[in-house]
Write a protein that binds this ligand. Structure first.
Ligand code: FE2
Length: 292
């Protein structure tokens, strides 16, 4: 085993036991503010007419196509309850966006700078990755009052490698509390429960879940613990760790910047919903750092 270069032995043991680990002060508050401003500017420049949000069949297809393309661009997604029955925004646009995704880390210079760092490369090496590769990035708003419930799930369902290597890097853009909808996770769930399904792209306009096991998920949600963190803190989340976040019914938003990595030594599965054009491949952190 390689010697640890960033995480201590006790941090590694904690991560291995729980499937998550909080690293305080991962990025400086000044940098967090820059990212928040950048996200604000992206939303300000976003034209809602470019995305379908209505629930008729053909509109669903359009919105799935928009989602499936977003692996290689910077797209904005609305909260489910953002529009009324006539299709009019209930709140102003800046408060109606659920998230921005999924290639911020490659296409936006400010997000690029905080994503491809030696520190993150070291952390991933400490966790056993040989070629850490960021496959997606999301800026999540969890808006005040309308930020919805995110159901319990494992991230590896959505970003599959064999063996599983999907790992989340969740960075708080402001304090995340029980009141504003912080993450909750089941300690040890990454070891206890199997991956029972995966989310796949059927074609360029539709997705579905493929079964990996006959059993239904039977997670003990009574064991969820809240992961309250401060602005700039980071949570490493194992791809099989069961987690959720509840509605944000508070007056405060709960912004987070979230990266997902895989080990590039494993093949990127062609069934994954997230695909890039051959002209825009995923890159390992090492390659980006070597070329910068
Ligand atoms: Fe997740």
């Amino acid at each position: 085993m390689q010697p640890s270069t960033f995480l201590s032995e006790s941090q590694l043991a904690e991560y291995s036991k729980n499937g998550f680990l909080v690293l305080p002060n991962f990025i400086q508050p000044e940098m967090v503010d820059k990212l928040r401003n950048e996200a604000k500017a992206i939303v300000a420049n976003f034209n809602p007419e470019n995305v379908s949000i209505f629930s008729t069949k053909s509109q669903e297809k359009k919105s799935d196509a928009y989602f499936l393309k977003s692996g290689g661009n910077i797209s904005c997604f609305f909260e489910e309850d953002a529009f009324d029955a006539s299709g009019t925004l209930r709140v102003e646009k800046s408060l109606a966006i659920n998230k921005i995704g999924h290639a911020l880390h490659d296409l936006n210079p400010q997000f690029n700078k905080v994503s491809y760092t030696q520190k993150l490369q070291q952390i991933m090496h400490d966790l056993g990755f040989s070629s850490p590769m960021i496959v997606q990035s999301q800026y999540i708003f969890k808006q005040p009052k309308i930020g919805g419930l995110v159901n319990p799930h494992m991230d590896a369902v959505f970003l599959y490698t064999n063996p599983i290597s999907c790992t989340g890097i969740w960075i708080a853009m402001e304090d995340a509390t029980i009141q504003n909808g912080c993450l909750h996770a089941i300690p040890g769930s990454h070891k206890e429960y199997p991956l029972t399904r995966r989310f796949i792209r059927n074609d360029t306009i539709s997705t579905s879940f493929e079964k990996l096991a006959e059993k239904e998920d039977a997670w003990d949600l009574n064991r969820l613990v809240p992961l309250e963190v401060k602005k700039g803190d980071m949570i490493i989340l194992h791809g099989k760790c069961v987690h959720l976040s509840y509605e944000n019914s508070s007056e405060n938003s709960r912004h987070a910047y979230v990266l997902h990595l895989i080990d590039g030594k494993y093949e990127w599965d062609q069934k994954n919903w997230l695909q890039r054009d051959t002209s825009f491949p995923f890159t390992t952190i090492g390659n980006v750092l070597a070329n910068s």
